[in-house]
Design a protein around this ligand. Structure first.
Ligand code: TMP
Ligand code: ASP
Length: 253
């Protein structure tokens, strides 16, 4: 059997050439990294959970008319996606203060922000994904003013959707990061949500207990990451049997 061509390997995912032109296969690994890969581990089952969760969120977004790169899930760890030209920015939406905004601006963790705040970071591991302003983005040609307006609108629609879905299962969406890609149709481009949406790229707190159910569990060493992600998947009704067996045997029956 012919080997698939690997196009890119990142910290948590691998991209392979897809079966048709304009498609790729996105493979979710079990690797967890934080602080620009200074902290690493392999969390058995994480890739399976993130594949399912990202499918769930992207599918929901497609259904409500927010375009994404997601086509369909192929197997436990892989999904078929549209090949896009990734804009080299991380688009972050914050509803409450956590993580870097607390350090940067001295805001206490958990404080509600006056409105959702959209931030951009330049995707560059060597520089540690620095925060950039719209001035930088336009001056350096990473995106146009129109792209920026479209990216903010897209990010806020994702925020509304994700906040609602999570609230319905007793989880508060504190913040999240998305990546956005361009799809070309002749000379016309469309912006779509790309990469992944999972507890690796969101902050999710249980509304009652305040427990963290996202990658901060790993970043801050405050519990079992696979159990936290399994809990998110369970509440959303997205529980792959295998991952359940791997992470929480007592949940199967
Ligand atoms: P931050 O508070 O560390 O800037 O993170 C903001 C959001 O972005 C949070 O939901 C975690 C997510 N994130 C990523 O997805 N990848 C990253 O490399 C970083 C630093 C944060
Ligand atoms: N994904 C980033 C890394 O590996 C950072 C993070 O999510 O905290 O280094």
């Amino acid at each position: 059997m012919a080997r698939r061509k690997k196009l890119y390997e990142g910290k948590a995912k691998i991209l392979y050439e897809g079966p048709e032109p304009g498609t790729l296969v996105q493979h979710f690994k079990d690797d967890a990294t934080a602080f620009n890969a200074e902290k690493r581990d392999v969390i058995e089952g994480k890739g399976v959970l993130n594949n399912r969760l990202s499918e769930f969120f992207m599918d929901g977004l497609n259904t409500i008319g927010v375009p994404t790169h997601f086509i369909r899930r192929i197997n436990m760890r892989e999904q078929l996606i549209r090949s896009v030209e990734i804009i080299p920015l991380e688009v972050i939406v914050r509803n409450r203060a956590a993580g870097s905004i607390c350090k940067r601006l001295g805001i206490p963790e958990g404080e509600a922000l006056p409105r959702p705040i959209v931030e951009f970071s330049f995707k560059n591991d060597e520089l540690g994904d620095p925060l950039v302003s719209e001035e930088h983005i336009i001056a350096f040609g990473w995106a146009s003013q129109q792209d920026l307006d479209d990216m903010v609108a897209l990010a806020l629609r994702v925020n509304d959707f994700l906040s609602g879905v999570m609230l319905a299962v007793g989880i508060r969406l504190i913040d999240f990061k998305i990546e956005i890609g361009r799809i070309w149709d002749g000379d016309f481009q469309r912006l779509v949500v790309a990469d992944e949406i999972s507890p690796d790229s969101c902050r999710l707190w249980d509304i009652k207990s305040g427990d963290k159910l996202d990658k901060d569990v790993f970043r801050q060493d405050i519990g079992n990451l696979a159990e936290a992600y399994t809990e998110v998947a369970r509440r959303l009704g997205v529980l792959p049997a295998m991952a359940t067996q791997m992470t929480k045997p007592h949940l199967i029956n």
